[in-house]
Design a binder for this molecule. Sequence first.
Ligand code: ADP
Length: 402
Amino acid sequence: MTSSTERLVGVLSEFARTLLTDYPVQDLLEELIRHAVDLLPIDAAGVSLISQRTRPRMVASRGPAAAEFEQLQTDLDEGPCIAAYSSEHPILVPDLAVETPFPRFAKHAREAGLAAVFAFPLRSADRRVGALDLYRTSAGDLDPQDLAVAQTLADVATVYVLNAEDRIARTEFVSSVSHELRTPMTSIGGYTELLSDETAGALSPRQRQFVEAIERNTRRAAALASDLLVVATLESRAPRPHVSLDLVAVAHEAHDALEASIAERDVSVEFDIAAEPLLVEGRAEDLERVVVNLVGNALKFTPDGGHVRCSVSRTAESEGQGLGSFARIEVSDDGVGIPEDEQPQLFTRFFRSSTAETHQIQGTGLGLHIVATIVREHHGRIGVRSQHQQGSTFTVDLPTAD
Ligand code: ADP
């Protein structure tokens, strides 16, 4: 293998590893064109996204004046980038001094020191999304191997952009469906309450039984819509700023929020929250959700007379992460437990253990998935120890910020 092929193989395998992740597409494209400038005999590069209704929008650029050349094409509505997008073929201009189909771009670009430009379409079998532009300050062709490398990088960029677009479309769909479901659900809930209050007339025992079944299932559907909305928000990857916050204060908020559910049950619940502040980087609303979901589950899966304990403390070490300071949230119960063979699936979407099903304990199967997603976003770890019929302990370790 020649050394440039070797380097391309290295770059491609690095990108292959990130394909299934949800890194921000902008960061990935910037990384990709950084490699384009390293691997190819060019001085600068840029990626612009284009659709049938929009002018090119630059998403990444590298090297002298690349951003300026991308912008120039947008402003003039003319240039190799648009031509590559429209024709779905590479547009190769080894010498801008020779007549080109985009004279206005050529004139301005040459004045800015550009001598050659090579544009490669970002396209798949049935969609096209933009173009990768390679810029050079000296005239001359790219050899066939370089052309192949450039189109390969453009194809990788296409996959990222299409993946990101699909992810956003899916998330927006789930999010609007959950919103739309809320209104009828609230209405069903309201009318059922009126029936249950006997506002519309006395209920026979059989009618009451039916109304109670409607109430139960309305609560269930409302919980599902609300959990789906949380999942969609978490997956949307909209910039979610992390700030320095006190986990101790968050745990007290969670305790307050849980009071009504605790009061409903004959289970003793003990909160043991550190006296000193515990600073972590994150989002208070999300971390409160972690505590509420874990304690909520412990309550749900512990029969009357049982015990639940939630502690929030500083710990010196997190398993497998070496030394360092961590904030630990530990929630334990002596409830129904989770069969060992089912534990690996606990954090996957919609998973409900056989115990939950046998005991007919209601839930959406989304709570732990939400918890695990939040913990991952906070660079933390989550673990579980549990034995069937002996109770469970969930442990979350978050890096501290002090
Ligand atoms: P949900 O509680 O809504 O079903 P979760 O995602 O929160 O969904 O939990 C998934 C499954 O994990 C539950 O259905 C249950 O089987 C199991 N589980 C979670 N927490 C506990 C617990 N503290 N004790 C026993 N089982 C649990």
